[in-house]
Design a protein around this ligand. Sequence first.
Ligand SMILES: CC(C)(COP(=O)(O)OP(=O)(O)OC[C@H]1O[C@@H](n2cnc3c(N)ncnc32)[C@H](O)[C@@H]1OP(=O)(O)O)[C@@H](O)C(=O)NCCC(=O)NCCS
Length: 134
Amino acid sequence: MRHPVLRAGKHIDTCHFAGDDLETTFHLGIFLNEELLGICSFFKSNHNCITSKNQYQLRGMAILKEFQGKGLGNIILNFGENLLREQNTQVIWCNAREVAVNFYLKTGYKTIGNTFNIKDIGIHYMMYKNLNIY
Ligand SMILES: CC(C)(COP(=O)(O)OP(=O)(O)OC[C@H]1O[C@@H](n2cnc3c(N)ncnc32)[C@H](O)[C@@H]1OP(=O)(O)O)[C@@H](O)C(=O)NCCC(=O)NCCS
């Protein structure tokens, strides 16, 4: 799923993220019958711009192209955020692609700092959400 949606045309090795196999990392998938339609992953990681002790980073947020814009991204992300709330995570953050910024803004994320470039992928914004505010 990461390959077609997030790393199209790139080597499959670029789809492995450091920390994918850590015990503190979890991966979610959203399915229709047996078919995987979307994914996202949550990594225990503190960002130095945020002071809260318990933070998680969202990575690999991807919905198959033909299923985008149908609410699936919202469903899977909200599910993950609720799991994080249950384990007392205070803040979730991500490096958001420019094209996805509005998606995150709509679900309560805020941008922080300046944009930055991630090589071969493009302009990103650091975004975060306080999980204690509903
Ligand atoms: C970004 C992405 C995960 C969003 O998932 P999705 O299932 O398409 O989004 P949803 O249908 O749940 O949309 C939720 C809301 O965000 C809005 N939204 C979704 N994608 C958007 C986008 N790219 N730009 C602006 N608004 C967007 C929707 O209009 C919807 O708003 P509404 O509730 O007012 O109708 C998905 O489009 C995707 O995989 N994109 C390609 C990969 C990518 O950019 N991933 C993010 C990397 S940081």
